[in-house]
Design a protein around this ligand. Structure first.
Ligand SMILES: Cc1cc2nc3c(=O)[nH]c(=O)nc-3n(C[C@H](O)[C@H](O)[C@H](O)COP(=O)(O)O)c2cc1C
Length: 318
């Protein structure tokens, strides 16, 4: 399955782990990379010290390339994280940037010899990201867990439009969970896929067991959108906490009312500490298709293998 994203990132199969706030730990990133994919250490929800430590953990646990993720607006000051990336630039292959304007960060990262992946949710923003010097576009549809783009485009419609609009490699994210969805994304024109929710339900992910069990128990309608009125829809698992935020946002749709309820501490409480009533859990629509907690290495190999077999049989479909 050698294609241009594999060549660029020096990986065996075009399967990326997306940044995962609070739960994108070093061992998980290493396991994804050991499976031949591209793991990423998350920075959201981590102190700079903890972020650095997880980079070191990942580099100890794999000899394969991996990256890191910076969701720009989730850091009040991202300069310490940039310093750490610079310090360990020999260990890191690429940096993915999302949730904010990446304009000033791209030259800094490229000057340090890093590849830059920019997350987008529309074709227009993908064109802008290419002009800024991105090496790869990761376009994420509205099926995805966590922050969604305000335009709420689905992966199915987004990928072909982004593919048509840019010439750099395009990674599809949102709604990808198995060989079928990976094959579909490649047929739509993606050069590779990124998954988030699937990698939470793995042995190496440091998410709390309660959160992983909620993913296994999820049905097709188990996720919902919060904070749509803030123009930053957030896809989460339905629970009492999320329903309360949603109801409150309907009655008082102001930043002052909603923002304090969706602070990272409440995300951490449910996803990392396992207090399912005390907070909210980012989760994609694919959750209901996840049936077991596997090793992330196995997940990558299995999904890529399934996709290959499906693509080989595709001409017999009609
Ligand atoms: C628990 C969780 C945390 C996430 N945190 C981040 C993050 O910190 N930065 C980011 O760029 N994307 C984040 N995402 C989005 C993922 O990187 C990925 O693009 C998305 O999950 C893909 O859709 P899927 O959930 O259908 O696989 C998160 C997703 C989940 C499920």
């Amino acid at each position: 399955m050698l294609n241009r994203i594999c060549e660029l990132l020096e990986i065996e199969v075009p399967v990326l782990e997306g940044g995962l706030a609070y739960v994108g730990n070093g061992l998980l990133a290493a396991a994804v990379s050991n499976g031949g994919g591209f793991g990423q250490v998350g920075s959201a929800g981590r102190t700079p010290e903890n972020f650095e430590n997880e980079i070191l953990v990942a580099s100890e646990a794999t000899n394969n390339p991996f990256g890191v993720n910076i969701p720009i607006s989730q850091h009040t000051d991202f300069s310490p994280y940039l310093e750490i990336i610079k310090k360990h630039r020999e260990l890191i292959k690429a940096v993915s940037l999302g949730a904010g304007n990446p304009k000033n960060l791209v030259p800094y990262l490229k000057d340090n010899g890093l590849l830059v992946l920019i997350l987008t949710s529309t074709a227009i923003h993908s064109v802008k990201a290419e002009k800024l010097g991105a090496d790869v576009i990761v376009c994420e549809g509205y099926e995805a867990g966590g922050s969604n783009g305000p335009s709420e485009l689905t992966t199915f419609t987004l990928v072909p439009q982004v593919k048509q609009a840019v010439s750099i490699p395009v990674i599809a994210a949102g709604g990808i969970v198995d060989g079928r969805s990976m094959a579909a994304a490649l047929i739509l024109g993606a050069d590779g896929v990124q998954m988030g929710t699937r990698f939470v339900a793995t042995e190496e992910c440091e998410a709390h067991t309660h959160f992983k069990e909620e993913i296994l128990a999820a049905k097709d309608d188990s996720t919902m959108i919060m904070t749509r009125m803030l123009k930053g829809p957030l896809r989460v698992l339905k629970n009492e906490y999320a329903e309360q935020v949603y109801e409150s946002e309907k009655i008082t749709p102001t930043l002052e009312n909603v923002l304090p309820r969706v602070r990272g501490t409440y995300n951490k409480l449910a996803m990392l500490d396992g207090d399912l009533k005390g907070g909210f859990m980012s989760c994609g629509q694919v959750a209901s298709l996840i049936e077991e907690i596997d090793s992330a290495e196995t997940v990558v190999k299995r999904i890529a293998g399934e996709a290959r077999r499906i693509l080989a049989k595709a001409q017999a479909l009609f």
